[in-house]
Design a protein around this ligand. Sequence first.
Ligand SMILES: *Cc1c(COP(=O)(O)O)cnc(C)c1O
Length: 429
Amino acid sequence: MERFSTDESFAAELDAADPLAPFRARFHGPPGTIYLLGNSLGLPSLDAEAAVARAMQQWRELAIGGWLDADPPWFWLAETLGARAAALVGAAPDEVVCTGTTTYNIHSLVATFYRPAGRRTRILGCALEFPTDLYALCSQIALHGLDPAEHLVLVGAAEDGLVREEDLIAGMTEEVALALLPAVLYRSGQLLDVARLAVAAGERGIPIGFDCSHSAGVVPHRLDAWGVDFAVWCGYKYLNGGPGAPAFLYVARRHFERGPGLAGWFGCVKERQFDLAPDFEHARSAGGWQVSSPGILGAAAVDGALRVLEEAGIERLREKSLRLTEYLIRLADARLADAPYGFRVATPRDPARRGGHVALTRAADALRIKEALRRRGVIGDFRPPDTIRFAPSPLSTSFRDLYAAVRHLREVIDGGEHLRIDPQRRAVS
Ligand SMILES: *Cc1c(COP(=O)(O)O)cnc(C)c1O
């Protein structure tokens, strides 16, 4: 963005030049709101809604017959969706499957790749990672009879709040048996250099996995080319698959023989699954890491949602996402930094280090300001202790939405609206 202006007419100009603007009409959303939480729960598309209605109809009309005769057939749906999502992350079609949930898939893949032996007993993680990932890692360590306090090694942020790749690499010692890191950090929106970290881990013989929950669908990856061993991401953030949607996992082809650490009948070689034999033979694909029957109604929503992303194309999504976040950062610098607003942009300004959302921090009252905004119909969220996150969706957010969100934010503070709000957090914030 060479030019920049704080005028509303400039936002309108950016909207007029936006090739993805027509996608807005493909989404529902809470009426009268500016929805900036696509990184937490993406909006429902008309396509997702239609796909669920269709799955219901096929359940009605085909019942059990739907496993083979539905369109698309339910028996292969997890693999089919995985093959389509593979294009978003630079994987081969059979290296991705739509299954489980993010935390569950972390358990399954850590159970596969974490083999503490000799001096190599530790797991390397990031202290700023979303806590569920760390909970899962601690319990996996404990399952091996080891002490998580000693065996989970966490690398934190430098002074500026950002995580340094060199610090993570310095943590890849001869005592590390596995690394699990975020691609984009959930609070700051920092994008790590996945390629560099994967190469460094590979050189040290450490299997490395990435949680791409905050990047899949908005930041293109090249998991194969970078030599990543495994990855997980959820279906309900930028993928817009619906609340609690089935998630995704990636296993690099070179690990197919190894087989899942946690086995279940849907991981069987497809042709033999209904032999119902007592011995388990896993499919030589990411599908081998499935455990249970796929939830077809949830997967149907993902099917419809993916169609919209495919039409837009991941490169165009990234391009628009970067323009939206750059516009928001520049507007925040110009209009929210000085007193009495006092916001600081905590997200990297370098586009190569930025995911899909923008974090604004403020020394006091961030939670109450977020709540005052919500009452005005501007939906962001609060992450303790001092962060408000805004995630513009490249499919459904306009530049004018961001202009208006910043205007509302100033008006909240100008009028002291937040000071009249009870500082209690709601159960989901
Ligand atoms: C959203 C998110 C999750 C979600 O976990 P679920 O198991 O789907 O509830 C996990 N990890 C990260 C990093 C996330 O951003």
